[in-house]
Ligand binder design. Structure first.
Ligand code: ADP
Ligand code: MG
Length: 360
């Protein structure tokens, strides 16, 4: 059984939902019987409860389980809109589904695309340039070679890697308005699509009159607004060592993305191979980081840059964050939790027994 199959099995056991389904849980905040018996007395109490009632839903989209939460009167409407939107984005951005717009672009190699696909491609290309190619949306031939696109994992030959590398290089791709020219490359938006979805979730939440909304899109967090009453959201940063958390953050109005080698991998010959590829070598990144987390208002930025920081490793990441004012938390192999760009201001708690807090 592959690591991913094991993961999905564990998630199914935990959540009891099947891929593609959505389960809505209504919190039973209201006691209707009471309302009917002593309506006048409880009218005020009822309206106060309505404001803080929480709805949540779980969906399987973009190859991962996602959890959405919303508070207040328009919560149900918000969750419905958000679910529809995420499934719609999946149909645009999936590199593997033959129904998707990206799939058709990869097949044809060029042409006019929808404004949204054009937008995410041009943002990806800009972030690829900004990160010196560490984030590269054209790594798809390498992902396929290593078996990450179809979950048929294998260690490829050096010659295979060299041949795939010939077809990788975001600088060869051009996007002029909605006209895209791939120039022999193929796109995989797996390192940024969930960030784009997080941005859309924040947009939907901002348009709604609901009292706060939160999404965990398979590790990509969108803490839209605040909790009811203006309280910040508390977000646990998963420990890259396995169970438990490394830190707890207290945030509002931001997206948080974490990239790490522990999320998807296979083992062969006693060595672990994970799904974040170093575009300069064609191999899974030999990072001295266990995970890289970016906190930013933009989900796209947080998602793409967390992937890039993991590829860069500690020294280059720290330099990049200082130069560009990036708010990040790096967890290093020697168990330091290194805060950059003011990330320590979001820390509420650090699992101090395991990790040493450093501010850089
Ligand atoms: P995840 O999506 O697993 O939470 P990331 O945001 O770090 O984690 O994205 C990893 C995904 O991005 C991979 O599954 C793959 O689709 C794609 N990818 C892998 N390496 C790179 C890279 N160097 N640049 C851009 N995308 C990458
Ligand atoms: Mg990413």
């Amino acid at each position: 059984m592959t690591a991913k199959t094991l993961y999905i099995k564990a998630q199914k056991e935990k959540h009891g939902t099947l891929p593609g389904t959505s389960g809505r849980v209504r919190c039973a905040f209201f006691r209707f019987s009471l309302l009917f018996s002593i309506i006048p007395l409880f009218l005020c109490l009822f309206s106060a409860c309505r404001k803080s009632a929480q709805l949540s839903s779980e969906i399987y989209a973009m190859d991962t389980y996602m959890e959405l939460k919303a508070y207040g009167g328009e919560a149900e409407d918000l969750l419905e809109k958000a679910e529809k939107e995420i499934f719609r984005l999946e149909r645009l951005f999936s590199a593997t589904s033959a129904e998707s717009e990206l799939y058709r672009l990869n097949l044809s190699g060029s042409g006019a695309v929808s404004p949204e696909l054009a937008e995410i491609i041009s943002v990806s290309l800009a972030l690829s340039r900004k990160t010196g190619g560490a984030f590269d949306p054209s790594v798809r031939p390498l992902l396929r070679l290593w078996g990450f696109t179809e979950d048929e994992f294998r260690v490829p030959s050096e010659a295979g890697i060299a041949a795939a590398l010939e077809r990788v290089g975001a600088e060869r791709i051009s996007a002029d308005g909605t006209e895209v020219l791939l120039n022999g490359c193929e796109l995989d938006l797996g390192g940024i699509a969930k960030g784009y979805a997080a941005d859309r979730f924040a947009g939907i939440a901002a348009e709604s009159l609901c009292g706060g909304a939160f999404a965990n899109l398979g590790g990509m967090i969108c803490a839209a607004g605040t909790k009811p009453g203006g309280e910040p959201w508390r977000v646990a940063l998963q420990s890259p060592l396995g169970e438990g958390y490394a830190a707890v953050l207290s945030v509002s109005n931001v997206c948080i993305s974490t990239s790490g080698a522990y999320q998807r991998f296979f083992e062969s010959g006693g060595k672990r191979y994970h799904h974040i590829i170093d575009p300069s070598t064609g191999f899974p990144a030999e990072s001295d980081l266990l995970s890289a987390t970016v906190i930013d208002e933009s989900g796209c930025f947080a998602d793409a840059v967390s992937t890039a920081l993991f590829v860069m490793g500690e020294d280059a990441s720290a330099k990049f964050c200082r130069q560009n004012g990036v708010c990040a938390i790096l967890i290093t192999e020697d168990m330091r939790l290194l805060c950059l760009g003011g990330a320590e201001n979001f820390l509420e708690e650090v699992s101090g027994e395991t990790f040493t807090l450093c501010i850089g």
